[in-house]
Design a protein around this ligand. Structure first.
Ligand SMILES: Cc1cc2nc3c(=O)[nH]c(=O)nc-3n(C[C@H](O)[C@H](O)[C@H](O)COP(=O)(O)O)c2cc1C
Length: 207
């Protein structure tokens, strides 16, 4: 049974899901010598584990839309706080008018498994994707991408080989605001972990 309460405001139906990752999606057309481009995307998500798949939703009006559609490739670059300004810039200027790699002092590098779309060398990690489906949803077209290659910067690994992505200071997007993800509150399954496991694991997150 539900009770009406007074300390809430009712919104029209909208996409308030928060926080979400804000990522820089890089792409390049198929023709020789095409300039690579970057579009900032907040409507991105993990959609399948096997095969690994992610989605990015892009309006038809974006310059990147045509590039991704034609090349069938895109790269999802995770963004750290040091590159938040570039993240914002790539979301407010179009590649039709400006070379965003150049303007943001970013370097394109080959992405594992792809022929056209480059990754961004300054980002701590990327997912190289091949487009498997395009769903026309209304305002946005959803590109379903199969992840065909992943690279993560060396300094985010411990000596034992474990990945500490939480140390990258990744940017989250929270209803119009960028935030740095910082404090570790727990880890997957910590609510049921034995006390000695909890203490040992948490030490690794608070060095
Ligand atoms: C934080 C942020 C998130 C954005 N998310 C999306 C998105 O998910 N999909 C989209 O089509 N545009 C999104 N945009 C807008 C595009 O990034 C923006 O229109 C960009 O200039 C398009 O670049 P392009 O024309 O070079 O492709 C976002 C912008 C910002 C600042």
């Amino acid at each position: 049974m539900c009770h009406a309460v007074e300390n809430f405001r009712t919104f029209d139906p909208c996409t308030l899901l928060s926080p979400v990752p804000a990522v820089m999606v890089s792409c390049r057309g198929k023709a020789d010598g095409e300039r690579p481009n970057i579009i900032t995307v907040a409507w991105a998500g993990t959609v399948n584990s096997d095969p690994p798949m992610v989605s990015v939703s892009v309006r038809k009006s974006r310059y990147s839309h045509g590039i991704i559609r034609e090349s069938g490739e895109f790269v999802v670059n995770l963004v750290d706080a040091a590159h938040c300004e570039a993240l914002d810039f790539c979301g407010v200027r179009s590649g039709r008018e400006v070379d965003k790699f150049d303007r943001c002092h970013l370097t394109p590098m080959p992405a594992v498994g792809l022929s056209h779309a480059p990754a961004i060398a300054q980002c701590p990690a990327y997912l190289a994707c091949k487009v498997r489906q395009v769903l026309e949803l209304g305002s946005h077209d959803l590109f379903l991408g199969e992840v065909v290659g992943v690279q993560v910067r060396e300094d985010l690994f411990d000596e034992d080989g474990s990945l500490h992505l939480e140390r990258a200071g990744l940017v989250a997007y929270n209803h119009g605001v960028y935030q740095r993800t910082a404090e570790v509150l727990g880890f997957f399954g910590y609510s049921v972990a034995r006390p000695e496991v909890l203490a040992r694991r948490m030490r690794a997150y608070r060095p």
